[in-house]
Design a protein around this ligand. Structure first.
Ligand SMILES: Nc1ncnc2c1ncn2[C@@H]1O[C@H](COP(=O)(O)OP(=O)(O)OP(=O)(O)O)[C@@H](O)[C@H]1O
Ligand SMILES: [Mg+2]
Length: 297
């Protein structure tokens, strides 16, 4: 029988000895965690982030999961810095940035997924993060583009360490070349027996809860289509989810298209953002949100 230490701050977390014995000395830079769905990636990422913080390293948490986001809203990837070196609070309390992909799966949206990840990583570097813990989606299947996504994300973000959580040999196509590549250290961990599967309905319900709470306080605002840069206009329709973005292309707030007046070139957007005066660009998403029934379209 394996013995497990219990972390008092998060009572439900059971830390396997393999996690505790991980040698992290000298660890700097980007640490990417990969694995299939429900393998405990986010749980492990949080554990590692907090451990790094306690070791005095100023750390960032980069959440690339657009379907089951830990830090932000569905359809976005999110970065949060620890407020200061040594501060291990989670969610991290320091600077934040968010990038809109506009979808809840990377499938069919590989470019914004990869490019957004890079933009956020560079932001963390610019903010002085010594360590960037990267949590990822569970899409690893070759037939669905998961292997390519992970492989090219690793190529672009150039992590110092890739940590794979696997049940069997499902990560083999991704990990096999990495073991022999001097650019990256790969660490393989078994899936914790405490990792539990979240059914599809639970995933939908969680997204719905997050978006319903977010748009609960939203107000209608008039957006002139001639005022600022609009990306992916072909997705413009009532119910479209969109991102109101700052001058760097990061998310200020999300919105939902409530009315479209093509003749006037104007759109009514429901958003919690108090004013659109700071909006530099707008990016329409591939998914929609039904404001009345509060569900994905
Ligand atoms: N070591 C652990 N101790 C206790 N519970 C755990 C542990 N690892 C995972 N779990 C539980 O298992 C479930 C799935 O874990 P988690 O969300 O971390 O997986 P994931 O791989 O990030 O999933 P997803 O594919 O949805 O992103 C969660 O309810 C989590 O609390
Ligand atoms: Mg996760």
């Amino acid at each position: 029988m394996i013995s497990y230490a219990i972390l008092t701050a998060v009572p439900e977390l059971v830390i396997p000895p393999r996690w505790e014995s991980l040698e992290l000395d000298g660890l700097r830079g980007t640490v990417m965690i990969i694995g299939a769905s429900d393998t405990g990636k986010s749980t492990f990422a949080r554990y590692l982030f907090q451990r790094m913080c306690r070791a005095g390293r100023w750390s960032a948490y980069l959440d690339l999961d657009i379907g089951q986001s830990t830090l932000g809203l569905p359809t976005t990837m999110n970065l949060a810095m620890a407020a200061a070196p040594g501060d291990d609070r989670f969610p991290p309390q320091g600077a934040r940035a968010s990038y809109f992909v506009g979808a809840i799966t990377p499938r069919g949206h590989l470019l914004p997924t990869i490019i957004g990840a890079y933009r956020l990583q560079q932001k963390a570097v610019a903010w002085g993060a010594e360590v960037i813990i990267v949590d990822t989606t569970g899409l690893i299947d070759k037939a669905q583009g998961g292997k390519a996504l992970k492989q090219w994300k690793i190529e672009l973000l150039a992590p110092a360490v890739v940590i794979g959580l696997q049940r069997g040999r499902e990560l083999e196509p991704i990990l096999w070349p990495l073991r022999r590549d001097g650019r990256v250290r790969s660490i393989e961990l078994p899936v914790s027996p405490h990792a539990i599967e979240r059914p599809r309905e639970a995933r939908i319900a969680r997204r719905r809860e997050r978006l319903a709470a977010y748009f609960g306080h939203a107000q209608p605002r008039l957006l002139s289509l001639r005022q600022c840069a609009i990306y992916d206009l072909e997705w413009l329709t009532v119910g479209s989810l969109l991102a109101l973005q700052d001058g760097e292309g990061f998310v200020l707030a999300l919105g939902v298209v409530e009315q479209v007046d093509h003749q006037a070139g104007a759109v009514i957007v429901r958003t919690p953002l108090p004013t659109l005066s700071t909006v530099a660009s707008v990016r329409l998403g591939a998914v929609g949100w039904d404001l009345v029934n509060q569900r994905e379209l």
